[in-house]
Design a protein around this ligand. Structure first.
Ligand code: IPD
Ligand code: CA
Ligand code: CA
Length: 273
């Protein structure tokens, strides 16, 4: 059963509200904590989690369980509810926790909902800069309510490219090897520290391209839809369907050329043969 346009709009509005509210919880917590602020670690000694990651996720999950009790929910901080409705929510309460802890501005709260294998709606709140990005399938993308578009960049040598790195040392060494090859083929590289925000940057033309491997569904779900609805082309690194463990989002006229230089970089870098 397909999801009507009205329902997509409603889900988008709900994603916006939850991202905004959870973002406000995290921002208030960060401001109150001041300079002496830390957290626990997760997958590695550099993979941080704070009490506000958990509080923000608890708020979103509590609201979803109340309003949409039959939906599945997966959240980075441990939520894994199975549902019966066919809808599944993907929640990253703070995407960019390292930035959050160090008090850099590039962190976000990402909420998205899929129906079956199709992403329907998503929102990314960036509380430190008061930005709210959102989209619904077929409904375009906005920043603070105003329509946004990917850039018209066509020359890959002039493309500003965002990427990110996994926490595991052996994986990030390989990722950095690819960047070392790629950096000579593009304008420059940005590592902002929040995959969800990076994808929104492509959506509004502040980046021409973003790519990253080894993401989880909660990192990419909302941002990938927002980038696509803003006219970017999203894919995996060989032109198939984008997926969390291999995501490319690029301005439409530079996507094909970027895939070519990315492939060259992958082939030329150590550890990826
Ligand atoms: C991380 C950020 C980062 C990306 C990592 C993610 P977290 O999410 O999105 O930019 O490079 O791959 O794990 O841990 O801050 O939620
Ligand atoms: Ca994340
Ligand atoms: Ca997170």
């Amino acid at each position: 059963m397909s999801v009507s346009d009205d329902e997509r709009r409603e889900l988008r509005a709900l994603a916006e509200r939850l991202a905004r509210e959870a973002g406000a919880i995290a921002l208030d917590g960060r401001r109150a904590a001041g300079s002496s602020f830390g957290g626990d670690t997760k997958s590695t000694s550099t993979d941080l989690v704070t009490e506000f990651d958990r509080a923000a996720e608890a708020h979103i999950v509590g609201e979803l369980r109340r309003i949409r009790p039959d939906d599945a929910i997966v959240g980075e901080e441990g939520t894994d509810d199975t549902g019966t409705s066919g809808f599944a929510w993907h929640v990253d309460p703070i995407d960019g926790t390292t930035n959050y802890v160090y008090d850099h501005q590039a962190w976000s709260c990402s909420v998205a909902v899929a129906h079956g294998d199709e992403m329907i709606a998503g929102a990314v709140a960036v509380p430190p800069v008061d930005e709210l990005f959102s989209a619904h399938l077929g409904g375009g993308a906005t920043r603070n309510g105003v329509a946004i578009e990917a850039s018209d960049r066509s020359d890959v040598a002039l493309a500003l490219v965002g990427t990110g790195f996994a926490y595991a040392a052996d994986v990030r060494r390989v990722q950095a090897g690819i960047v070392a090859e790629l950096i000579g083929d593009v304008r420059d590289i940005r590592r902002l520290g929040s995959a969800a925000y990076d994808l929104c940057m492509v959506a509004c033309g502040r980046l021409d391209v973003y790519y990253e491997r080894h993401l989880n569904s909660w990192d990419a779900a909302a941002g990938e839809l927002i980038a696509r609805e803003a006219g970017a082309i999203t894919s995996d690194s060989v032109g198939g369907r984008a997926r969390p463990d291999d995501t490319v989002a690029a301005a439409p006229q530079v996507h094909a050329a970027f895939l070519a230089v990315l492939q060259r970089a992958i082939d030329a870098s150590p550890g990826t043969s």
